[in-house]
Design a protein around this ligand. Sequence first.
Ligand code: KDG
Ligand code: MG
Length: 405
Amino acid sequence: MKITDVKVFVTNPGRNFVTVKVITEDGTYGLGDATLNGREMAVHTYIEEHVKPCLIGRDAHCIEDIWQYLYMGVYWRRGPITMAAIAAIDMALWDIKGKVAGLPVYQLLGGKCRQGVRLYAHANGETIEDTLDKAAQCIEQGFDAIRLQAAIPGLKETYGVLGDKKDYFELQGNRPLPPEQEWSTKKYFKLVPELFAQAKARFGDDVEFLHDTHSRLTPIESAKLGKLLEPYDLLFLEDASIAENQENYKLIRHHTTTPLALGETYNTIWDCKDLIQNQWIDYIRTAATHAGGITGMKKIADFAAIYNIRTAPHGAPDLSPICFAAHMHLNISTHNFGIQEFVGFGNEISQTIFKHDMRLENGMIIVSDAPGLGIEFDEVQAEKYTYKRSYLPVSRLEDGTLWHW
Ligand code: KDG
Ligand code: MG
């Protein structure tokens, strides 16, 4: 079943998404997500110029071989741009295989391990009270796992807090130059244990809480935070410290029993090999779009399973609904799946471009039974919303030193 064309679209229904369509000789096509926040056009060019010419004429059924061809067969392996390109092609090929088989992709991955996909919602606010009021709304909507982020008093903007924006789409929307945010570990430490103390006092044990530090702490500071949060029994603490040096987590792990999660920026199994095989983390958060698609995610999940580590895929709004659909097929069929991050199905315009029949029921997603990934992309509608250059923020300490964002 020969590949006859590969198309790349960059659309902006409030934020940029890179969508890939792989078309075969009988007209069957598959869709993939190649969105790399703030570097969208680099992936677009990579696919157009360097991937597409090598795919025309290849058998769309040879998913693993094409994955290796684009990974091992390229001298310049790995990296976010290469892996986002591979990811999108890979998702599209799984979509095609499912459509040809007349089966949803999760059936090709081994079938259902559970009835639905457990989610964690986001609650964020300008104050602790405001954040907990948002958490109460999430509970009313049926969620039993909630990420809490509150604005740090005295700092200009806090990661994960919407401020005057109405939703995450708007927050992460069109920023023609990187906005700057401030960071103070001292001020953060004054807020966070109190946030979780009040959450536990208000909601008790019925709900599990999570938190994302977004890599702002040194390893010893992360160890201290993990210890301080132990009484509140978090489901996990995410990205406490950066782990370019994976051994950083040895120190953190040896000081705290708070479960640790990371990996949303990782591109391959090599970025998390030491973290996994030393059991320095509890949840691996790689995303299909950034870690080589369904094939890349499956390799990581199976490796993690040996070490009792569960998957918790990244679910930010900078992953398109195609990635979300791919995650659902993985999550429902992966035995060591833990939990999926969820910030909604996107804004109204986005929902007119990406169409699917996934359903939200009691804090869980009911996965589509349509053949393939179960998602459609309206090209005509997408063309109305053209690419706008946009950046993630940068972070500085109060004295101006550049810091991890
Ligand atoms: O592009 C950056 C976002 O995806 C990231 O800031 C979101 O950390 C994030 C999360 O956990 O959702
Ligand atoms: Mg995160």
